[in-house]
Write a protein that binds this ligand. Sequence first.
Ligand code: UDP
Ligand code: MG
Length: 344
Amino acid sequence: MDRRSPDLPLLSIVAPFYNEEAAVETFCRRVRAAADAVHDLQMEVEIICVNDGSRDATWPMLLAAARADARFRVIDLSRNFGKEAALTAGLQEARGDAVVPIDADLQDPPELIPELVARWREGFEVVLARRTARDGDGYWKRLGSRLFYRLHNRLADTPLPDDVGDFRLLDRKVVDALLLLPERRRFLKGMFAWLGFSTTSVDYVRGARSSGASKFTLRGLVDFGLDGMLSFSTAPLRFWIYCGVAIAGLAFLYASFIVVRTLVQGVDVPGYASLIVISLFLGGIQLLGIGVIGEYVGRIYGEVKQRPLYLVRERFPDDGAAPHQAGPRTGSPVSGDKSIPGNS
Ligand code: UDP
Ligand code: MG
């Protein structure tokens, strides 16, 4: 296929794959067509596919696609690390002047990419693909995600737009900035929002999966939502301070009342019920508070370990170390070692 010309800017399309064998072929066909359209806009394209530890035929199919078309670069992770890590691997691998992360299941239409590129050319650093309808997702998923965004935006310091996913165009500056954020628990949507940069959006209708079922279970989505909220807000910690103050205040009032009553009426034995109710209630509140603190401590532990986000088993074509990684080929999200002093 066409060799990369050094004068034209480069667009990287990045897709994570987890057990998507049924989608690979259509994905490659539609993305190749989108790449041709982008090429007509005087831009080279590379397509980076990250296999996130699929247990089906996804990897051999991706390899075949890469052998047939030089625009493809494929990476095989050593196991399933989760979508956020797989996407980070792809972003780290991308060399483009602009990068578009896209889902492999074609819920995000590749046909929109030329439009994203056109807006980027106008000078925007982030072009969001805003979904005007989510007919492709079920009722409960839509309701759940609506509730999540409401709650998140109440609590977190950087609000999230509720109708965009990971499908968007990012300028090189934005990708580099993102890769500088060293956290291990990655909630990309929140991290993108935190970054800022000049942003515009393009509307589209989110379709149904081209094949297969969503890889996220209800439990997975709840965990994902909690990750998002806990990573971007300490409001859950603060809540327990307010709660504690309110309960302590009530307890003080009640204590004063009892003291006065005892002074006036003398000692009375009944009161067992109220005592047990109060101590159980306080016990529950304390456990909850400890649980919240535990969540944050667990997160600190995860960050402190400084493990790489992902491990690469294989690359094709294998052309030396990836551009954004110095040293061993692991998924440290920091470019080189400069961001973490003492990281040897
Ligand atoms: N995915 C992944 N690793 C995972 C789960 C999902 O790489 O552990 C990929 C998946 O192959 C797809 C994208 O992430 O390309 C979005 O996944 P899915 O469609 O299941 O999520 P949804 O669209 O339901 O949010
Ligand atoms: Mg999907």
